[in-house]
Each structure stands twice: as structure tokens, then as C-alpha cells.
Write a protein that binds this ligand. Structure first.
Ligand SMILES: [Zn+2]
Length: 112
């Protein structure tokens, strides 16, 4: 089985089988990357790939997957971004008891 040499930022050069690599193409902007689980340190490694690298990997038999950016990025947003304090308030609202009852009683969650 042919081996492909790739580079892990921690371990340096590693050799992988075709099935250990995957090409990922973003269907939103066309950028591509490949990733693999490093056989030495077991970290997931992801590297950007230009068209030439993608073509070589695909010609070698590496599997390809497509993904897209979340559609929320294309939405119009109004108002200020949420603050850290608002995020923490939301966290405590979710962590509090009887959230469902508080939401259905008032329409919005209130602190106890
Ligand atoms: Zn590694």
C-alpha cells in the first residue's frame, strides 16, 4: 500500500496510508485542506492545501469531503454583539432550576 509523507507540527514528518488522510473542501469559498490523525502523537493535524496538492491527493485515492460555512454568517445582524456579562447571565439562566417553568410563565427566563 502506498504511503504518503505528511508533516505534523509536533512530530515532524510522518508516513500515512491513503485511508488515514482526508481532503476537505469548503463549498462556500472553495478553500481546501487535508487532515489526518498523527500516528505518533495522536493529535488531529489539518493543513491548508492548494489545488495542486488536492489534485495529487485525490489522484492517489485520498477521500474527499465537502463542508460549508454556517448560513448564519450570511445573515444581517443588528445591534451590539452580546457581552461577556450577557453570556454569563445566559449560562446561569440555563444552569438554574426550573428553566422551562420560568420560560413558560413569563415568556422570558427571570432569575430566581
Ligand atoms: Zn504528531
Amino acid at each position: 500500500m502506498p504511503l504518503i509523507k505528511a508533516s505534523c507540527s509536533t512530530c515532524g514528518d510522518v508516513e500515512l496510508t491513503i485511508s488515514e488522510l482526508r481532503v476537505l473542501v469548503c463549498s462556500t469559498d472553495g478553500t481546501a485542506s487535508y487532515n489526518f490523525l498523527c500516528p505518533s502523537c495522536a493529535f488531529r493535524v489539518s493543513k491548508p492545501a492548494d489545488k495542486a496538492v488536492v489534485d495529487i491527493l485525490l489522484a492517489s485515492g485520498v477521500a474527499m469531503s465537502f463542508w460549508r460555512m454556517p448560513q448564519e454568517l450570511e445573515e444581517d445582524h443588528h445591534g451590539e454583539p452580546i457581552s461577556y456579562d450577557e453570556l454569563m447571565d445566559f449560562h446561569y439562566q440555563l444552569a438554574g432550576e426550573n428553566l422551562f417553568e420560568r420560560l413558560t410563565e413569563t415568556g422570558t427566563a427571570k432569575e430566581d
